[in-house]
Ligand binder design. Structure first.
Ligand SMILES: Cc1cc2nc3c(=O)[nH]c(=O)nc-3n(C[C@H](O)[C@H](O)[C@H](O)COP(=O)(O)OP(=O)(O)OC[C@H]3O[C@@H](n4cnc5c(N)ncnc54)[C@H](O)[C@@H]3O)c2cc1C
Length: 396
């Protein structure tokens, strides 16, 4: 494991840091945040996406010929680290930039690349990912949304759920069934690019326990997509769907840096707040638990660097990513639970930093982190089967 960055990587960091210094919206730096889920937030995030694009910081991993920087894996990690450090606004079009764009660049037709790729990068078109259904989450291949070819267009019927950002999205990367009675459930699926602004698409936001409304149910009732909206081959959608997911490589970097930041904020809170006149940081029980969390947060970071080093050596992401996902998402939930214990009723009032959600809201949000992109149990199955060589899960 090598912790040192090269001079070029450090130069990349300094360039980004300086750019952020100059371009983070002034009101954001002062702690202003638009109401979560509001039209104001969507407009603000679209403007921020445009600023990133104009500065050349939107799709840094994309090849230069498509407007990206061709950033190395390490540079992508530095990018996440600096964005977390500067507490920059989130990117609205993460699914477009992180997954749909790279997939189209890899296997899209020339017409698809010309039509969609530039608008993903500049934020003109926001994307969502329509995979999960009420009875197809972990067992995704059981999905039932159907698309039938009718002349020169697909007619789509079915329901998706937990679709992040569908209420803001212009386009959907939709996985659906296109073959009756396939030999097995992974066959006969197709990926379609579907316009969200049409009468056959209805989006119903889901009101979550953290009071957010950022994911949705999406109903397709005779929705249409042109014949050439297929990505890859008809009935070969499983391979395409997995390819799209494989581009979600640096997400563990985002998680591990956010975890470090949460820990630092909690220590800061304990330093600056008192109970019965004594700083919380002096309470022996709180000190003991903070010290234990310090070790675990550090371990998460080191594990991440270890897996990153391995990925740099082998050139591909391995099942070790499941360890990062499992460990950081479960640890974040536990750490935020501890924060809520310390703060008590104050947790519902105090943000971790100016303009940020309250500690309670963050705690409630952390449960989603252990489910999205493969639940903890699914990560444990991957670790058991692919890393520990244990017998395979019995699938129904
Ligand atoms: C914040 C968030 C954002 C999301 N965004 C999107 C999105 O944009 N697009 C999209 O398509 N989906 C999205 N999802 C959905 C996500 O992919 C699914 O929730 C996830 O795959 C789990 O599926 P499920 O909810 O149907 O639960 P299920 O698969 O029904 O699982 C229920 C429980 O059973 C356990 N379980 C299931 N199978 C096994 C097994 N084989 N062994 C052991 N335990 C098992 C699970 O761990 C879980 O505890 C999002 C989810 C969240 C929380």
């Amino acid at each position: 494991m090598d912790f040192a960055y090269t001079p070029e990587e450090e130069a990349f960091r300094q360039e980004l840091r300086a750019w952020l210094e100059d371009h983070l919206p002034v009101e954001w730096k002062r702690g202003w945040r638009p109401p979560e889920g509001s039209a104001e937030e969507a407009a603000f995030l679209r403007r921020w996406q445009r600023t990133l694009y104009e500065g050349g910081w939107a799709g840094i991993a994309w090849p230069k010929e498509y407007g990206g920087r061709g950033a190395s894996l390490v540079e992508q990690v530095i990018y996440q680290e600096e964005m977390a450090r500067a507490e920059a606004p989130r990117q609205l079009n993460t699914i477009g930039i992180g997954m749909v764009g790279p997939t189209l660049i890899a296997i899209g037709t020339e017409a698809q690349k010309r039509r969609y790729v530039p608008k993903i990068l500049n934020g003109d078109e926001v994307w969502c990912q329509g995979y999960s259904e009420p009875n197809a989450g972990s067992d995704l291949a059981s999905l039932r949304t159907r698309a039938v070819l009718d002349g020169d267009r697909w007619i789509i019927n079915g329901q998706k759920i937990w679709t992040s950002n569908a209420h803001l999205a212009d386009m959907c990367f939709l996985l659906c069934r296109t073959m009756d009675n396939p030999p097995n459930k992974h066959e006969g699926l197709t990926c379609l690019l579907v316009d969200m602004h049409q009468p056959g698409v209805r989006v119903r936001p889901i009101h979550q326990m953290n009071d957010h409304r950022d994911f949705n149910e999406v109903y397709f009732t005779d929705a249409v997509a042109p014949r050439d909206a297929v990505v890859g081959e008809v009935n070969d959608g499983w391979r395409v769907a997995i390819l799209l997911l494989s581009f979600e490589r640096v997400s563990s970097a985002t998680r591990v840096f956010a975890l470090n930041q949460t820990y630092d904020r909690l220590v800061e809170y304990c330093r600056t707040h008192t109970r019965r006149g004594i700083p919380l940081i002096r309470d022996p029980e709180i000190r003991r638990r903070l010290a234990a969390y310090h070790g675990r947060v550090r371990a998460a970071r080191l594990n991440f660097y270890r897996h990153l080093t391995r990925q740099l050596q082998t050139g591909r992401p391995g099942p070790e990513g499941s360890i990062d996902k499992l460990y950081t998402s479960e640890l974040a939930k536990e750490l935020l639970g501890f924060a809520v214990d310390i703060l008590g009723p104050e947790a519902a009032r105090w943000p971790a930093a100016a303009g940020e959600p309250t500690w309670q809201e963050r705690y409630l949000s952390s449960f989603g982190g252990t489910i999205a992109a493969g639940s903890s149990e699914i990560q444990k199955n991957i670790i058991a089967e692919r890393l520990l060589g244990l017998p395979k899960d019995i699938k129904g």
